[in-house]
Design a protein around this ligand. Structure first.
Ligand SMILES: Cc1ncc(COP(=O)(O)O)c(C=O)c1O
Length: 382
């Protein structure tokens, strides 16, 4: 009789472990909202916005219904619309380019850097040239802080200043990360983030926020998220949306924010261990000097067509992996007609073929991580 049992499957992100740690604090926070019944823009929303602003040093935080809405609201508040070009990377989640199209503008794709996977500032001028040649007015750039790592904000800002572009940072995956000692949320003209449950700071549903130091922009955002309201919601001064963060989600996020610094440290410990144990055998992520990551993903590169075999080998051992992103945006049906910057997007294409993300969360214990590392090493030697 074969008594060998398979080891238990490993979760890719263990939301339940965090839920156990937070325990009754979240239950009590939700119960408070259930008793005061101010479900839309209740007191917890304002309190959370204040705490989040203090956490990252931004002057204003305007929460909303999702990270996608945060980007849309910011583009609308920045006055981006038809005839405008919005530069963004092709190697990102679709929402980054989707929002440009949603406000009637045209996304123009820029390639990313081979090591950081973030927008390559050297490609911006070529994208501007293509946009102008297509009769568009280059107005904005959306750098993305992919997988939790800040983009090169100084380099992006320098080109944006020269070219007169507004900068909207897409920090959906990287809230909490730092660049030159400052947390994201304070770079560019505005920053958008997401509280989708799988994000480093996630809620128990959809949620997002725009962060900015600009008073006028913050006023416009607060108006836009409530149907473009003026003095009140029956005074409509602009075309807006219904996009608020639910009070219950704000209450949950306040509890999560308390443990967030600790979780960021735990994620960094997990990432360090992966890199120490795998760096000799595969291309592991590199964090540039002056940056910290919050490790939304821990993503290695496996070339020569060996990636899918590795994923299959790990799956057979109960270890999940994910591929972000198998098809870059410039190849997606919905986006392939949009312009690509002069330099092309070869790196994006290459990354799409080679990246693979390993389980990553703040509650990944050493024994489980050892199991993943051993399986990856075995899988790569096959
Ligand atoms: C880079 C990026 N931008 C925007 C978003 C959109 O956020 P949400 O899912 O909250 O709308 C995401 C979410 O996955 C993302 O990863």
């Amino acid at each position: 009789m074969n008594l060998r049992t398979n080891p238990p499957p490993i979760p890719f992100i263990d939301v339940a472990a965090q839920r156990r740690r937070l325990g009754s604090a979240v239950d009590a926070a939700v119960a408070r909202v259930l008793s005061h019944c101010q479900f839309i823009l209740g007191p917890e929303v304002r309190a959370f916005e204040t705490e989040l602003a203090a956490f990252c040093g931004a002057r204003h935080v305007v929460t909303c219904a999702s990270g996608t809405d945060a980007l849309v609201l910011a583009l609308r508040a920045l006055g981006i619309g038809p005839g405008d070009a919005v530069l963004c990377p092709s190697f990102t989640f679709c929402a980054t380019a989707e929002v440009a199209a949603l406000v009637g503008a045209t996304p123009v794709f820029v390639d990313v850097d081979e090591t950081t996977f973030n927008i390559d500032a050297d490609g911006i001028a070529g994208a501007i040239a293509i946009a102008k040649a297509a009769g568009l007015t280059p107005k904005a750039i959306i750098p993305v802080d992919l997988f939790g790592l800040p983009a090169d904000h100084d380099a992006v800002w320098a080109v944006a200043q020269t070219e007169n572009l507004v900068v909207l940072d897409d920090a959906a995956q990287a809230f909490g990360a730092t660049y030159n000692g400052r947390r994201l949320g304070t770079f560019g003209h505005a920053t958008a983030t997401s509280f989708f449950p799988a994000k480093p700071l996630g809620c128990y549903g959809d949620g997002g926020a725009v962060l900015t130091d600009d008073d006028g922009l913050a006023d416009a955002l607060r108006s836009l998220r409530v149907h473009g309201q003026g003095r009140d919601k029956y005074d409509n001064v602009r075309i807006g949306l219904a996009s608020r963060l639910d009070t219950i989600q704000a209450a949950i996020l306040m509890e999560k924010l308390k443990i967030f610094p600790d979780e960021i440290e735990a994620r960094n410990n997990v990432a360090r261990r992966y890199s120490d144990e795998l760096g000799d055998i595969v291309m592991v992520p590199r964090v540039p000097a002056g940056c910290t990551s919050v490790w939304a993903q821990y993503t290695i590169r496996v070339g020569n067509g060996r990636r899918d075999a590795l994923a299959a080998a790990l799956k057979a051992e109960g270890i999940p992996t994910a591929i972000y992103y198998p098809i870059p945006l410039h190849r997606q049906q919905a986006y392939k007609h949009y312009p690509i910057g002069k330099g092309g997007v070869d790196v994006s294409d290459r990354l799409a073929d080679e990246v693979i993300s390993l389980p990553m969360h703040a509650y990944l214990d050493s024994a489980t991580q050892d199991r993943i590392v051993a399986a990856v090493r075995r899988g790569l030697k096959k």
